[in-house]
Structure formats: C-alpha cells, structure tokens
Design a protein around this ligand. Structure first.
Ligand code: NA7
Length: 542
C-alpha cells in the first residue's frame, strides 16, 4: 500500500462527515456555486445512523422534528413510519436525501480525513485522506467544515486482557452492518446509558444469558411509539409550517418548551397532575417541558427524581435488584435521559443478571469472559455500550494544525476553546458543527441545531466570498473568550454542571471537565443572528 499522497483538484470547501450536517452542508454550499468535496470514513452516508446499527437503535426525538426543513417536497413526500424511528428508517431517510438532491457525486466514502494543515502563504487548508484500500490523497481547500457529529468517537475502556478474549467484542457504534447472531449465546453488556438500555431491552428475549455490567444506573422514561398511518402523517404535515417556525426558538430544538409557570405558583396537586400528564406522553417531553427550575434547584430536582424513582421501582419484582437500578448519585435530567421500552422488566427475566460494578469492579477481560473482583462471567459476545468522546473526540482524532502549526488536539488538551462552537481562534477558515459551546454539542435535538449551524456557516462563507479581496475569516481571541465566559455563566447555574457524564466530558479520562453544550437553542440562534446582522462582529475577515 502506497503512503505517497496524490493531489486531487483543489476545491472551495471540504466537508468532513456525510451525516445529517454534512449532507445539508454540501447541499447549501453547492447551491451557492462552491466546489465541494465531502469525505466520510463510512462506506455509506448517514453518519451516526450509518454506524449505530446495533439492535434496538432508534431516535429518542420524534420524527416530526428529527428531519430536514429545507425542502417542502421532501417534507410532503417522506412518510415517517413511527413516532420514534428505528435506525434503519433514519438511515434510509438520509440515503433518500442523498439521492434526491444528487449529493453522492461530491461525496467520497470509505475515506478518513487524517490531517488538515493550514497553509498561510496561499490561505488554504491542505487536507490529507486515507481510503480503506490504503490510498492516500491530498486536497487543497479554502474552507474546511467539520460535520463529524457530537457523539461519534467511540470510547473503548482500556480493560486489561481485552485482546485475549476469544469470543467477539463489539462497541455499539461499530456494530457490523450484517448484524451479529446473538440467539442462544451468552452475552455481556457493559454500559447502561441511552445505548445500553436500547440494546439490553432488545436482545434480552433472544439470548441464552444476558449479563449486564452496570456502573451507574440511569433514569429512563417509557417510550410511547405508535406506528403512523396516513391520517397521522396528514395531521403531522398540517402542523409542519408551525413546527418549522418553532423548533429554532425553544430550549432544546424540539417543538415544546418548559412549563411557563413558576414551581412555587403551582399547588402540589397540580404539579403531580402535570408530571403524570407528561409521563403518560411517553416522550422526552417529561424532561423538557416540565418545570424549568428542576434544572437549577436541587430541592425541586429531588422531588422530580423521587417521582421517577417511584415509577421505576414498582416495575422490578426483586427489591434488591430494584435498589441497584435506582439512580441516587445524580438528579433526574442532569444527564441525557433515555427513553425505554420494557427496559426495567428485563431484570425480572430468569436469563438476565445485573452486576453492580460498584460492588464488584471489572478487573480484567479473560479468554472466556469478564472477571470482576467477585468472580468470572463466561461470555460468547461482549457488547461495549460505553459511549463516546463527545463533541471534541472526532476533531482531536484528526491532526488539525492551524496558524503557526498550532495543533487543535494540543490546544484543546490544555483548555477547550471555541467561538460559539463555530470557529476556533488560530484556525482560519475552519468551521465546526457540534463543537463545544454550541447547543449542537449536547443539548439539542441534533437536526435542528445542525441545520441552524450549517445555515450560519453557509451565510458566513457567502459573505466572506463577497468581500473584495477577502480570503479568510477567523474568530478573534477576544470574542472567543467573551463567548466562553457567557457559556460558562449559564452552564454553571445548572445541576448539569455538577454531574459526571458525557455532557461534562467526565466520561473520558484526562478530558477537561466542563459543560460542553450551550444551554438554550433559541438564545444561541439569536446570538448567531446578531453576529451575522453586525457583519460578523467578533470574526476577523481578512
Ligand atoms: P453514555 O451515555 O456515555 O453511556 C455509557 C455507559 O457506559 C454508561 O453507563 C457508563 O457508566 C458506562 N461505562 C463507560 N465506561 C465504563 C467502564 N470503564 N466501566 C463500566 N462502565 C462504563 O453513552 P451512550 O452510548 O449510552 O449514549 C451516548 C449518547 O448517544 C446518548 O446520550 C444519545 O444522545 C446518543 P457511567 O455512567 O460512566 O458510570
């Protein structure tokens, strides 16, 4: 295999990633007449929805807000099959978008971007790639846009003995496209986040034995997932004009927002009725359209957490197992809340056992399974639902070097910095989506925030190209610092900042512990619009 890179014809923009953001970014820039090349490591489009094809994968956002808004025809013609689409349906949707808008001709699949180096002499990036067949290429581009997704860089814990296991070990985000036959097998799952919960509830009935290795129990809301018929879809479509207006201005990019009433103004009976009504909805509305003080006020959050724990407890027959499944180290909603479908009942099954890793930590992976401090658990397949190096991981895994050779990995290794999650000072003409300090990094219905960021980036590029002689745009150090201070001020008011999770970078060893996602989609969008209206104030165009 050749290490010698052949140069491709130069382009105006390179986009990394062909998922929700990347496809739309290509569409927008091409519409503006730019020559664009998209690279993706995967062999198909879809990003997250390409990779995460593990059993039970589906969105926790309802389909009517988990989609593109740019094409009336697409909205009119695409028929969502259920309220919370499974992975295959969302992947099909994204493939349909790629075909319908003839996007594939500018997408190079099975090709990883390995490095991107800023060349000040010609004010362009040199992007290097490596294809799955070993071919190395380079391409020169004026703009570089990362559409790598907030939760795309899998974390595989460094358990000793990993290599010695003679069964199959698989991370959920690298599930083989052809699937794994788990029927009749002894399966272990490490991790009980949103992903682990989906896997566990799906595979429990088909495997011979399921051993769940749980470090931290999670709250979860029962999902109500009706199939849609024509009448449902017609009603949904009738609401699209209103939904499309609304998603940009809510707290997390859904079409619902928090209850406007102050907690103190509501009687305990009314509070209870509100929570019961939201719980029965079977969606994230229980989390996102309840009382907003639960995100800030410990006492109010405690009451909410008690409500959810009571709902969970009654579903588990054995009180000892129930006690292990009830979260006590963090409040409800201070981490990403998953939806579930029969998850807690799984632990009433005779073929399922729950290992509490606080009681018996994993010491090693052996040839035959997992060893904890209490003994050995023989397995045929070990599933790692162990999460992601969120928001920063996909970018620090690429060797990105800005002005004066500044390495993004080293830069963020000391202190994560961005201007609105859209640019990083020191990296001219680099635009990021789902980077830290934007809602898209964590607190957002991803398609809403990604589309908003892509729109802003596309408008900014159009503006720069229209300025006579202008070649570069770069956030100023001052603006970046001001934005981070503003982000921190909001983040630190919340209970989220006090909880260990991927929201705060606490799940990755050595990562700076801080809230990654800006809180408030509507406010963020207003701030972005303000910058744009003031001719990109805070961004130097040279
Ligand atoms: P999460 O939410 O980060 O969950 C990862 C799970 O894996 C969580 O239960 C972790 O326990 C567990 N974990 C991670 N490392 C270890 C080790 N070393 N030992 C034992 N257990 C471990 O990732 P998901 O994939 O579920 O969800 C990510 C997002 O993707 C999700 O929120 C959606 O937005 C889509 P811990 O809680 O750290 O104790």
């Amino acid at each position: 295999m050749s290490e010698i890179s052949s140069p491709l014809p130069p382009v105006d923009a390179v986009v990394i990633g062909a998922g929700f953001a990347g496809l739309y970014q290509l569409y927008r820039l091409r519409e503006q007449g730019l020559k664009v090349r998209v690279f993706d490591t995967a062999s198909g489009v879809g990003g997250t929805w390409y990779w995460n094809c593990y059993p039970g994968a589906r969105t926790d956002s309802p389909s009517h807000v988990y989609q593109y808004w740019f094409s009336d025809e697409l909205l009119a013609k695409w028929d969502w099959k259920e309220r919370f689409p499974a992975q295959a349906e969302t992947e099909r949707y994204l493939n349909h978008v790629a075909d319908k808008f003839d996007l594939r001709r500018d997408i190079t699949l099975s090709t990883r971007v390995t490095s991107a180096v800023w060349k000040p002499a010609d004010a362009r990036w040199t992007v290097s790639t490596e294809a799955s067949d070993g071919k190395h290429e380079t391409v020169s581009t004026q703009f570089l846009i990362t559409c790598t997704g907030p939760v795309s860089a899998p974390v595989v814990p460094p358990f000793p003995g990993h290599e010695s296991f003679k069964g199959q070990i698989v991370h959920t985000a690298r599930w083989p496209k052809g699937g794994i036959d788990l029927r009749g097998k002894r399966v272990g799952v490490i991790g009980t986040g949103a992903t682990g919960i989906q896997v566990i509830q799906t595979i429990a009935p088909e495997v011979a034995e399921l051993t769940v290795f749980q470090r931290t129990p999670n709250y979860a809301i029962p999902m109500r997932n009706p199939k849609y018929g024509d009448a449902d879809r017609a009603a949904m479509r009738a609401g699209y004009p209103e939904t499309r207006k609304r998603v940009w201005d809510t707290f997390v990019g859904f079409d619902v927002d928090a209850d406007p009433r102050a907690y103190a103004d509501v009687t305990p009976e009314e509070r209870r009725a509100t929570l019961e009504r939201l719980w029965a909805d079977g969606s994230l509305n229980f989390w996102l359209s309840g009382f907003r003080e639960s995100f800030f006020d410990q006492a109010i959050n405690d009451e909410l957490s008690d409500f959810v724990r009571d709902k969970i407890r009654v579903r588990i027959h054995d009180p000892k197992i129930a006690a292990k499944l009830l979260p006590s180290d963090h409040g409800f909603g201070t981490k990403r809340v998953p939806l579930e479908n029969g998850y807690f009942e799984v632990y009433n099954r005779s073929n399922v056992r729950l290992i509490d890793l606080h009681e018996e930590p994993i010491t090693t992976i052996t040839r035959t399974g997992v060893r904890t401090s209490a003994g050995d658990y023989p397995l045929d397949v070990l599933i790692l639902a162990t999460g992601f190096d969120a928001s920063t991981g996909t970018l620090t895994r690429i060797d990105i070097r800005g002005r004066d050779g500044l390495s993004l990995k080293e830069h963020w290794g000391c202190d994560i910095r961005t201007a609105m999650g859209l640019q990083v000072h020191g990296f001219p003409n680099l635009f990021t989506t789902s980077a830290p300090f934007a809602p898209a990094a964590a607190f957002c219905n991803a398609p809403t925030c990604l589309q908003q960021q892509v729109d802003w980036i596309s408008d900014c590029i159009r503006y720069v190209r229209a300025q006579p002689g202008a070649k570069t745009v770069e956030a100023t150090r001052e603006f970046e610092a001001k934005w981070i201070a503003h982000h921190d001020e909001i983040a630190n008011l919340t209970l989220i900042s006090k909880t260990k999770s991927w929201y705060t970078g606490a799940n990755v060893e050595g990562k700076q512990h801080r809230v990654l996602g800006y809180l408030g989609v509507g406010n963020y969008r207003a701030a972005c619009e303000d910058v744009k209206a003031k001719a990109y104030e805070g961004f130097e165009i040279a």
